[in-house]
Write a protein of this length. Structure first.
Length: 117
């Protein structure tokens, strides 16, 4: 499983005991907030899925491609899904992500080439 740990920056971390899951603010489904490889918080379904592609090590998560995910499942890894995949309100998650920390910038007026201004 060493190759799978490389997804998480090569830092093998023993699995931590599962904390009590939190709940999605939109569908009330059980989730865990984990840190992705890029350092962003990521909502992951609290329970493993046979279609999962997210490997968990402690409080960190890595997204696996189809081939590594299949290999991980063959080795007995229990993989999870990013919560947005199954959440019936995925559109709300996307809107929340688009609005988080961003200020709307007005579009500058177009300049006309030639003619009147």
């Amino acid at each position: 499983m060493r190759d799978l740990d490389a997804v998480l920056d090569g830092q093998p971390t023993p699995p931590a005991p599962d904390p009590e899951p939190e709940h999605c603010e939109f569908c009330d489904g059980p989730i865990r907030w984990l840190t992705s490889r890029t350092g962003k918080r990521m909502p992951v379904d609290a329970y493993p899925s046979p279609r999962g592609n997210v490997i968990i090590r402690g409080d960190r998560a890595g997204v696996l491609g189809p081939v590594p995910a299949a290999a991980a499942r063959e080795h007995g890894e229990q993989l999870h899904l990013h919560h947005v995949v199954e959440c019936p309100h995925a559109d709300r998650w996307n809107a929340k992500a688009r609005g988080a920390g961003r200020r709307s910038q007005p579009t500058p007026p177009r300049r006309r080439i030639g003619g009147r201004r």
